[in-house]
Design a protein around this ligand. Structure first.
Ligand code: Z2T
Length: 812
């Protein structure tokens, strides 16, 4: 690649005049309209293109610098990205916010109204997808040469609304009006095969030729991922499935068989049609496996193409390439790379295996058994026959290695095999991911430890050095600067400069202001103003938020039992000195997850009962905010006083909402689970509300036989809360919730109830002392700098990827 690629590129103007000229050019020449007839949408698109141009110029220089230095590249493979709205972020990262507000005046528009048109691409479910977005942000900020690969779903995560208090789902046609942030790259399209059969290759014992039965095109487009306060602009490349030209049957069309004429194309395009809306459960659907292979096949060929631009042969491939697998979703990349190397590039098996193993690394995001992906062997065999053969070979060599280390331990072989031999044979993707990678990491200290000691214990025995921890982190730009400008300005003033935005440990400097009366007063005023903006409940009430996907292990039902108990207490003593609270829930439930949807319905029924009760309503409000997404999170988090992180210990791998809330000065009430433990260790025990069983105790309770009814019988308030549900106090809604709590209570909700209620009283004691609360809040922010995604990326870069930054010169 020619170093001069970026030279001679016209630098775009940085004055208000020049920006306005470019805005008008975008409007006239790219939107094809005029100032007089420009709609708000035209203004939005013209602005987006003008801002995008500034980043594109940096992107061109980034590409030139990266290709010139031929570095080790990081490829992040993820089935999900929750990038959030792009306009505000790109204004910030290109430093054009003021220019944009100024220039929009010529169109008679304000930036605020234009920002409302910026739709977030909801290409993910929750934590895992948002983590991918925070990590690509931090990779660019840290000048790491990286590409994120994903799927460009036509429909993102469903839009949630409440109908009669129950969750209803509508499709999310996010790009219906176009997406100005995306660059199509049709020249880089790939073809992907499915089904068919394999044939032996004459003269080679290991090579096979795969004759697919279906061919689909993958068309890439990319979104720009700028770094903050640096020149680097990386990309996220998203693949969209298309039928080939041959998939349109002209003769059928001519015969009037319109549906049949396009059926093959429709089948192809269905692959990237919709994001599977399951957080932490696996459905095992054929289309999902197709999506995974589609992502992997397109991305690996693209990675090889990029490697070939700068290198010859295969000797340097692993040295120049690291591919991070975001959970097991892209794990078929391991047999796919083997297939490409052995069958197509004719490398011998051992050489191919050594390249493959040293190219990949795997991040695991769960411990829940139902979230560990396995695929039925017959399905695999039909869809990806050659990959199954390769997996069998990988497994054979692997089990030989185990046998050599642990001779005669057939139990161990059975446990560790990539093929599970239950009532039906299944491919265990997590096992494949551990066997085929150089490093495996969990996403918080406790999670990584439990991985080593439980689900992956046999593998940790065999390869102890392979297992690592990399604690998650979040983008301080998006979740502080953009989401909470008031607090960010105050922090900058307190610290003297805004260097903290890409060096988050500097927040520790706030510690000395935690007792400063005027600073505390202003801190409180910021929180109050954010609550006024959010407009959910009285801004002077304690804003208690539980915002995350709905899942029984996260225990929204525990929060609800607390709400019902508060309701009972207030009714019993209306004149009591109650701490006014607004309890805000937000989150989606997987559409087929009935138990979670019942909890949503019950929350709304309880909320309605409370709102209609003149005795209780002045003290307690329950709000359910519909359609939780990144945009809504950015509004709620700055307004939160109390952060609910109450999962059963040992179940939440990390959590990242917990980090965002702590950074914004919310105090956590939480169990010793996931990253809560690390948050508590950093902010200090006295600044964190801890309750409940720890992971060890929870496991003991479950092993020794758990009887939820014993808690119900013993605790009058708990009994009253559950009885109110069954007695119909909330309109008869939620009986299934009560039945499951009393019947088996898989996540020990009742066991932690009393401890949780006691802890909430501790919370109220702190709240009644505003200075104490404000101090807690400031200290939470001050000591959460570790949870920057920039630190997470520094850890991956040093310990897993072994890559160094490649700064992009301004004058390349
Ligand atoms: C997901 O969001 C998470 C784990 C999954 O396991 C799947 C999805 Cl879609 C397969 C979450 C974890 O539940 C959460 O604890 C963690 O913080 C997040 O991933 C990012 O690591």
């Amino acid at each position: 690649m020619d170093l001069r690629q970026g030279i001679g590129l016209r630098r775009l103007g940085t004055t208000a005049d020049e920006f306005q000229q470019d805005l008008l050019s975008s409007l006239y020449y790219r939107r094809g309209t005029t100032v007089e007839s420009a709609s708000p949408r035209d203004a939005y698109e013209a602005l987006a293109l003008t801002v995008r141009d500034r980043l594109a110029e940096r992107r061109a220089r980034t590409a030139a610098a990266h290709f010139a230095s031929n570095p080790r590249w990081v490829y992040y493979l993820s089935a999900e990205y929750l990038l959030g709205a792009q306009l505000e972020q790109n204004l910030l990262y290109s430093g054009t916010g003021d220019l944009a507000s100024q220039s929009l005046k010529v169109l008679g528009r304000t930036l605020e109204e234009i920002e409302d048109l910026d739709v977030e691409p909801g290409l993910g479910n929750g934590g895992l997808g948002r983590l991918a977005a925070c990590l690509v942000d931090a990779m660019a900020t840290r000048d790491i040469p990286a590409v994120g690969y994903g799927i460009r779903y036509d429909f993102g995560i469903f839009r949630q609304s409440l109908e009669g208090g129950a969750q209803a789902e509508r499709p999310d046609d996010w790009a219906f009006q176009g997406n100005p942030w995306e660059f199509p790259a049709p020249d880089d399209r790939q073809t992907v095969g499915f089904y068919g059969h394999t044939e032996p290759v004459a003269g080679s014992p290991t090579r096979k030729s795969w004759v697919p039965g279906e061919i689909v095109l993958g068309e890439p487009s990319h979104m720009l991922v700028p770094g903050y306060r640096t020149e680097t602009v990386n990309i996220v490349r998203l693949w969209r499935a298309r039928g080939s030209e041959a998939s349109f049957d002209l003769s059928r069309f001519a015969a009037g068989q319109y549906a049949e004429a396009v059926q093959e194309a429709v089948r192809a395009e269905n692959i990237s049609k919709v994001l599977y809306p399951d957080d932490s459960t696996e459905l095992g659907r054929e289309l999902r496996l197709k999506q995974q292979y589609f992502l992997v096949s397109c991305s690996l060929r693209d990675i090889i193409r990029r490697f070939r631009l700068r290198n010859e042969g295969w000797d340097d491939f692993a040295e120049k390439t690291v591919i991070q697998l975001n959970d097991t979703h892209p794990t078929i990349a391991i047999p796919e790379l083997m297939r490409l190397l052995v069958d197509e590039y004719e490398l011998d098996w051992d050489k191919a295996w050594s390249i493959t193993r040293s190219t990949f690394a795997y991040t695991c995001h769960t411990l829940l058994p139902e979230a560990l992906e396995t695929w039925p062997v017959p399905l695999f065999e039909r869809l990806l026959p050659r990959h199954l053969e390769i997996i069998y070979l990988i497994n054979m060599f692997f089990l030989r290695e185990v046998e050599a280390r642990f001779p005669g331990d057939s139990d161990r072989l059975r446990r560790m095999s990539i093929i599970g031999e239950g009532s039906e044979r299944r491919v265990r993707m997590a096992h494949l991911a551990v066997v085929g990678t150089e490093a495996v990491n969990g996403v918080a200290e406790l999670h990584s430890k439990l991985l080593r000691e439980t689900v992956l214990q046999d593998f940790a025995d065999l390869w102890p050095a392979k297992f690592q921890n990399v604690t998650n982190g979040v983008s301080p730009r998006r979740f502080m600067k953009l989401a909470n400008p008031r607090l960010s300005d105050l922090i900058t003033e307190g610290l003297g400069d805004d260097g903290w935005l890409n060096d988050l440990d500097r927040l520790a400097g706030l510690e000395r202001l935690a007792g400063d009366a005027s600073f505390m007063e202003r801190w409180r005023a910021v929180k109050r103003a954010n609550k006024v903006d959010l407009a959910a409940g009285d801004p002077d009430s304690l804003t208690d938020v539980m915002i995350k996907r709905f899942h029984e292990y996260k225990r929204q039902q525990l929060k609800l039992l607390h709400v019902i108990t508060m309701y009972h207490r207030i009714r019993a003593n209306p004149a009591g000195d109650w701490v006014p609270r607004t309890v805000l829930f937000a989150g989606k439930a997987a559409p087929a997850y009935h138990a979670a949807k019942n909890i949503i319905r019950l929350i709304n029924a309880v909320g309605a009962t409370i709102a209609a009760d003149p005795v209780v309503a002045p003290h307690l409000t329950v709000v359910f905010a519909e359609n939780y997404n990144v945009t809504l999170a950015e509004r709620i988090i700055p307004a939160a006083d109390l952060s609910e992180q109450i999962s059963l210990a040992g179940k939440e791998a990390s959590g990242t909402g917990n980090m965002k809330l702590a950074l914004n000065g919310a105090i956590t009430i939480g169990t010793l689970d996931g990253a809560n433990i690390e948050i508590r260790a950093r902010v200090g025990e006295e600044n964190f509300f801890l309750f409940g069983l720890d992971a060890f105790q929870a496991a003991e309770v479950q092993i020794s036989g758990y009887h939820p009814r014993e808690h119900y019988d013993r605790d009058a308030e708990l009994k009253a809360a559950i009885d109110a549900i069954t007695a119909g106090t909330f309109g008869g809604v939620g009986r299934e919730v009560a039945d499951s709590l009393l019947g088996w209570d898989e996540y020990l909700t009742l066991a932690d109830y009393r401890s949780y209620l006691d802890c909430q009283e501790e919370v109220e004691r702190a709240w009644r002392d505003p200075d104490r609360w404000t101090r807690l809040s400031i200290l939470n922010t001050a000591h959460s700098g570790f949870f920057s995604a920039d630190r997470t990326i520094a850890d991956y870069a040093a310990r897993i990827w072994r890559v160094a930054p490649v700064p992009v010169p301004k004058d390349i």
